[in-house]
Design a protein around this ligand. Structure first.
Ligand code: NAD
Length: 342
């Protein structure tokens, strides 16, 4: 099957080619660096499937264009599907496949890296020591042992993180409409979101982006948090209202902020913009805080995760060719596209 891969980086090509070869080179894969949008959809001419990345916006107009060119499958290279209008795809007869689970360790371990780096100010210490500045002023951290970690979303990644922080001797509380017995096995307990916000020293977000979770962490949620709380977001940027967390940081309510995702990241992340002026004022403001650590959506970026993503993507393509349905389909009732016009 001919497949058009969008938002390609060297690692995508490397891992997808290896997985395709291992599966008998059944697919003719064409790689494009361009993001998928209405202007670039034509690159998929001749392809039956497209393979977009997290910040490619696959709304009704793009889907209509792809459908008219003969595309019948969107094989997402990730777990999240908030960037696809599932109802429009279904109406056009386009199937959506995804990679529901690749390495929960990759994301949970990155969240831990943010927690430890922020707490012990490793990013500041690294820069200082290189400058010959060995002062400890401003580097004071706290013991993780005995602190309460609030996990919003106790699915695969949330539970993996719970296991890690239980090793640090943390108290664990979770908030999730679907409770997992495993959290209790680890020694955690379920509370309401309000209770979690009120009692946690560290709040870490691991729920998907849905209409219900958009701006879940807004001014109201920030007000309910402990003074000096550490907030970590490795889920999706729009789960957090950026203005609310900037206000929370300025007021000292949020003591530390670690982000791997940002609500307007589509215009920034995955590109080298180091010689350009950042036009996003909210993002630029976030960069000015000494207690904010931002990574550019790299939590998934481990060898094991990329290999698993590539193998499952190839399996989705192969199964679709054989049966007309990808191995891991996404159905329309699971998500409502936020805007009908894009
Ligand atoms: P999962 O489906 O296993 O778990 C998600 C959990 O969130 C589920 O238990 C669900 O019930 C819960 N949830 C849904 N709505 C909620 C709400 N309103 N409040 C609290 N919990 C809620 O998914 P996962 O594999 O653990 O991934 C979680 C999220 O992590 C993904 O949806 C994706 O957005 C994000 N992610 C980020 C990266 C990255 O590189 N930063 C990589 C992979 C996944």
């Amino acid at each position: 099957m001919q497949v058009a891969v969008f938002s390609t980086r060297a690692h995508d090509r490397q891992f997808l080619d290896t997985a395709n070869e291992a599966a008998g080179s059944q697919h003719d894969i064409r790689y494009f660096e361009a993001h998928l949008n209405l202007a670039t959809a034509g690159l998929a001419e001749g392809a039956s499937a497209i393979c977009p990345f997290v910040n490619d916006q696959i709304g009704p107009a793009v889907l209509k264009r792809l459908s008219s060119q003969g595309v019948r499958l969107v094989a997402l290279r990730g777990a999240g599907f908030n960037n696809v209008d599932l109802a429009a795809a279904e109406a056009l007869g386009i199937k959506i496949g995804r990679v529901p689970a690749y390495s929960p360790y990759a994301i949970a371990e990155h969240a831990i890296a943010l927690i430890l780096s922020l707490n012990r100010k490793i990013y500041r210490a690294y820069a200082r020591v290189r400058e010959g500045n060995f002062s400890l002023d401003g580097l004071l951290g706290f013991d993780l042992h005995g602190k309460t970690v609030g996990i919003v979303g106790t699915g695969r990644i949330g539970i993996t993180l719970a296991r890690i922080v239980s090793g640090f001797g943390c108290e664990i509380v979770g908030a999730d409409p679907v409770e997992s017995a495993e959290l209790r096995t680890i020694g955690g307990r379920y509370v309401s979101l309000d209770e979690l916000l009120a009692c946690s020293d560290i709040v870490t977000l691991h729920c998907p982006l849905t209409p219900e979770t958009r701006h879940l962490i807004g001014p109201g949620a920030v007000a309910k948090m402990k003074r000096g709380v550490m907030l970590i977001n490795t889920s999706r940027g729009a789960v957090v209202d950026t203005r609310a967390i900037i206000d929370g940081l300025k007021a000292g309510k949020i003591g530390n902020l670690g982000l791997d995702v940002y609500e307007e990241e589509g215009d920034l992340f995955f590109e080298d913009l180091s010689d350009q002026v950042i036009q996003d004022d909210a993002f630029a403001r976030l960069l000015t805080f000494p207690n904010v650590l931002i990574t550019g959506h790299q939590a998934f970026f481990t060898r094991e995760a990329l290999q698993a993503i590539a193998e499952t993507t190839i399996a989705n393509l192969t199964e679709f060719e054989a049966s007309g349905c990808p191995l891991h389909p996404v159905s329309a009732e699971r998500h409502v596209w936020p805007s009908a016009s894009t």
